[in-house]
Design a protein around this ligand. Structure first.
Ligand SMILES: O=C(CO)[C@@H](O)[C@H](O)COP(=O)(O)O
Length: 217
């Protein structure tokens, strides 16, 4: 069954504790937390002090998405915080292998993220080292869904099958809506990250919205 990962970025920034409680009540599978530095993407969001507080508050697995330049600067603190998963953009570092090694030791699941224009070939040397691959279905920092990534999701799913890799989760992030959920899962996504489709008031609040996303499959 598809896993739903509400992105806290979509919640009211003045009511994060309430949003976390809502997402728990919604029985979401993961709590997705975007760390943005104002350089890799324009926005600044969720410094590590806040990530630590979220990790201590929630019962859900915390899924950190680093959207920062030079993620190597954050590794020691992240290992200490020990979220469930930390995913790093391949475009954000010249030292991807070292960054993935730097996340070892805290029991953290390791992920890599690819922007829409980044080809799957960059995964060749790291696929065996990671626990999840996030394919951005919008450009980072935006929500404009890019349908051509559906084909990329399908090709990654086929590659995982071909290489006999069963433990790697395939995550779709960006512009995910109930209308698109079925196509994303049919293409091969295991996890759907959603900010506005969970937190925008028009969707009726996280419990209803998570249910809608799950049922859309
Ligand atoms: O990481 C990102 C953007 O960089 C995503 O998590 C988006 O923030 C998702 O927002 P929606 O498109 O789901 O509203």
């Amino acid at each position: 069954m598809v896993m739903i990962a509400p992105a806290l970025l979509g919640a009211d920034p003045l009511a994060l504790a309430d949003a976390i409680a809502d997402v728990e009540r919604a029985e979401a599978d993961l709590l997705h937390v975007d760390v943005m530095d104002g350089h890799f993407v324009r926005d600044i969001n969720f410094g590590l002090r806040t990530v630590r507080a979220i990790r201590e508050r929630t019962t859900l697995p915390v899924d950190v998405h680093l959207q920062v330049q030079q993620p190597e600067r954050l590794l020691d603190e992240l290992v200490d915080i020990a979220p469930d998963t930390v995913s790093v953009h391949v475009e954000s570092t010249q030292h991807l292998s070292a960054v993935l090694r730097g996340l070892e030791g805290g029991g953290i699941r390791k992920g890599v993220v690819l922007n829409p224009a980044t080809p799957l070939g960059v995964l060749d040397e790291v696929l065996e080292q990671v626990d999840q691959v996030v394919l951005m279905t919008s450009n980072p920092g935006t929500s404009d869904f890019l349908p051509h990534v559906l084909d990329k999701i399908g090709r990654l799913r086929a590659l995982l099958v071909k290489r006999g890799i069963e433990h790697v989760r395939l995550v779709a992030d960006g512009g995910v809506t109930a209308e698109r959920a079925g196509r994303l899962v049919d293409a091969g996504a295991d996890v759907l990250v959603a900010a506005s489709a969970v937190f925008a008031p028009r969707h009726g609040g996280p419990p209803a919205a998570v249910g809608t996303l799950r049922a859309a499959r």
